[in-house]
Design a protein around this ligand. Structure first.
Ligand SMILES: NC(=O)c1ccc[n+]([C@@H]2O[C@H](COP(=O)([O-])OP(=O)(O)OC[C@H]3O[C@@H](n4cnc5c(N)ncnc54)[C@H](O)[C@@H]3O)[C@@H](O)[C@H]2O)c1
Length: 317
């Protein structure tokens, strides 16, 4: 089966692509390489803007996975107009061209960010979403536009990912667990902006398995699926990172608890992904920390710009 991974050289793609190749899929990547290319050398990578993709480019692919666009709130807020185009219009265009080219499925990397600020409720995919900030709205736009094209010949699966954390060859230290690990290692202190805020977190290995299940699902299946390894408060995450790091390093880690307002607060049910996709998360926060720590020697200076999407993005502006 031929699979095109659009935006496949980023943080998620750098683990998903080798995993799909390992399973025998014929994978190609199209990516602008904003963060370099950390993929295995035998992967076919086309350094191209997805906006330039034509029907001819997509003919012959069975599935397209969209991992591109602007992938966090700081990038979206730095450039809101570009964000709406890259996260809303671009997946809509790609889904449109893919369907015309005879591609059988598009898998869209959506986000639990669409849920906004919620309290005391476990959100399912059928619950109303309340986000009012550029990143969340744009991910919802992309999801809805792609799903609009779904029919008997074209399956669309949108995976609403929790915050993905853990190790990738294209490493990010701007994701909650990774940020806390870096802070503890470099300053000995983890800053907790608001310990009561809820977040679904997704170990990057569980994310790879969610995308794999989506690729393998019956073409009759379409829809939106929450995917997370678990729901945690930010305070719980800090405690788990602290415990695991103290065990690994035998150094004391301090917590600096603050009370900063957050515009995102949500926990999600992954029942639909479990029942319909066979998604079974296996990892938790301590596993994310342990895998990052296994690769600690590779990172060098934690302050390198390439680890932080917003810094690279501002330099390109
Ligand atoms: N990482 C997370 O916690 C998380 C959570 C929820 C959803 N998501 C979504 O999952 C996807 C992947 O996330 P990630 O962390 O791997 O992001 P990333 O920023 O590491 O990678 C995005 C990749 O897309 C490429 N790209 C962007 N625009 C492009 C264009 N026009 N043409 C070609 N290439 C382009 C970039 O070069 C980059 O390699 C994103 O769509 C993101 O919004 C991520």
């Amino acid at each position: 089966m031929r699979v095109l991974i659009a935006g496949g050289a980023g943080y998620v793609g750098s683990r998903l692509v080798p995993a799909l190749c390992e399973r025998g899929y014929d994978v190609e990547v199209m990516d602008l390489l904003w963060f370099g290319n950390h993929l295995p050398p035998d992967v076919r990578v086309h350094q191209r803007d997805l906006f330039g993709v034509t029907e001819d480019d997509l003919r012959g692919f069975d599935q397209v996975i969209f991992l591109g666009g602007l992938s966090n709130d700081p990038m979206a807020e730095f450039s809101p107009a570009q964000n709406f185009v890259a996260n809303g219009a671009l997946p809509a265009y790609l889904a449109f061209v893919a369907k015309k080219a005879g591609v059988k499925r598009l898998i869209y990397a959506s986000s639990c960010s669409v849920y906004g600020y919620t309290e005391d409720q476990l959100y399912t995919e059928d619950d109303p979403v309340t986000c009012g900030y550029p990143y969340g709205i744009s991910k919802l736009q992309g999801e809805r536009a792609a799903l609009q094209l779904q029919d008997d010949t074209f399956s669309v699966i949108a995976l609403r990912q929790g915050t993905v954390c853990g190790w990738s060859p294209r490493m990010r230290f701007d994701l909650i667990v990774n940020t806390m690990v870096k802070a503890a290692l470099t300053t000995g202190t983890i800053t907790v902006n608001n310990p009561s805020i809820w977040r679904p977190l997704l170990d990057i290995r569980d994310d790879v398995s969610a995308f794999t299940r989506a690729v393998q699902a019956s073409y009759k299946l379409s829809g939106v699926f929450n995917v997370a390894s678990g729901n945690f408060t930010v305070g719980q995450v800090a405690d788990l990172v602290k415990e695991e790091l103290e065990r690994e390093t035998s150094q004391r880690v301090k917590l600096d608890i603050r009370d900063v307002q957050d515009f995102r607060n949500y926990k999600v049910s992954c029942e639909r992904a479990t029942v319909e996709l066979g998604f079974r998360p296996q990892y938790s926060v301590k596993d994310m920390v342990a895998e990052v720590m296994e690769h600690r020697a590779d990172f060098g200076d934690f302050e390198r710009d390439e680890f932080y999407n917003i810094r690279v993005f501002k330099k390109m502006a």
